[in-house]
Design a protein around this ligand. Sequence first.
Ligand code: HEC
Ligand code: HEC
Length: 384
Amino acid sequence: MYTFALASAAFLFLLVGQNAPAAPLTPEQQLGKKLFFDPSLSEPAGQACANCHAPENGFSDPANRVISPGIVPARFGNRNAPSIAYAAYSPRFGFDKEETVYVGGQFLDGRAASLEAQASGPFTNPLEMANPDMKAVLAKVRQAPYANRFNKIYGRDALDNEHTGIQYIEAALSAYERSVELNPFSSKYDAWLAGKEELTAQEQRGLEIFEAEDKGNCAACHPSRPAKDGTPPLFTDYTYDNLGVPANPDNPFYHQDRRFNPDGAAYVDKGLGTPLDDATQDGKFKVPTLRNIALTAPYMHNGVFTTLEEVADFYNSRDTKKWPAPEVSTNINKDELGDLKLSGQELDDLVAFLNTLTDGYQPIRTSINKVDTPYDHAANPLLN
Ligand code: HEC
Ligand code: HEC
């Protein structure tokens, strides 16, 4: 359990909130979107950010891929690509002295302090977009059809200077990641919080189980209520935990070229322990948002679980059923999960609630209530 006021997050919400729901992107955000979807920015060409963070999958990996292939054949990263929607709300990486926990940052191990710092990572990661350096990316952006937009937004000859040119690329991408497209707050649960929609009896029960300390206790790490300043719930407190998640034998990273994985099948992902070089943090990963969780399977840093039912079962019975050994057996959270004593019905309820967190929800009642307009089959979202 962790309580922390996200001041910058509140500011961001004001921006997003003012623009919501269908405001156009700012010119800088539009430019960032061009970059985000541009497959010419990898080496060789063919992979855009969006290939691993697909909008229709909550900005995570498409098609149930455990691990995204890199642009160079037979290269794979070590982790399942997370949803990057709402990643903009993560505070800068730091240590909270009062609560004595690490919090915030980008990547599942927090190794980039901010979105701007994160952006150069995938471009130059040999297992992802594989450019030799950011200079090479800048050269490609200079040739792109949208290159002159940089001048309009950042000033004349914006891409001429190497140092600032790269900074502008990072700024534009981050601006898009902060835009309403990645932060829409348009789920059924948001509509319910706003008093505009009702949850079904089962979803309501699931919410209660999610929040109750003597039931699921999920909200202890995945907060489900608006913050005091009005920021809608982000379903993460951005802290780090080792849940004792099993290793995933199907992770293609194990069979990676030795140059990229010298440990072969013995590889262990130590999470936060690696960038901090601190064994007391081994196995801890950043608490992910649960927004759009129905769209982002498989689950956990290594994609070991394929369904939400399986995740719920794991939280409920980690300590009572014979799950495979944890990937990292030190620093496991033993207080808040592992033996929740939830019934099968309660687990189903929990999953029903998680399914209300998908953005783009259209309240059905409002259209049905308009009986004065003729019923139009083609326009009924339920039938399409
Ligand atoms: C080959 C697949 C792939 C590509 C291409 C890719 N990413 Fe990612 N992305 C990942 C994976 C995997 C992670 C998690 C990695 C980790 O934690 O070490 C990640 C993490 C992130 C995060 C951190 C999210 C969080 O909650 O901590 C952000 C932000 C992000 N990516 C943005 C981008 C941007 C911007 C681009 C394009 C410049 C991009 N990604 C390209 C796979 C990819
Ligand atoms: C002690 C903090 C904590 C509690 C309590 C907790 N979680 Fe999590 N949750 C995490 C962390 C940390 C991860 C990522 C672990 C990893 O990748 O190894 C995670 C991951 C998940 C994921 C997978 C997300 C993804 O993108 O892959 C789901 C789903 C989830 N939790 C749901 C729940 C539910 C439901 C409950 C209550 C039964 C719950 N969590 C309780 C910390 C917590």
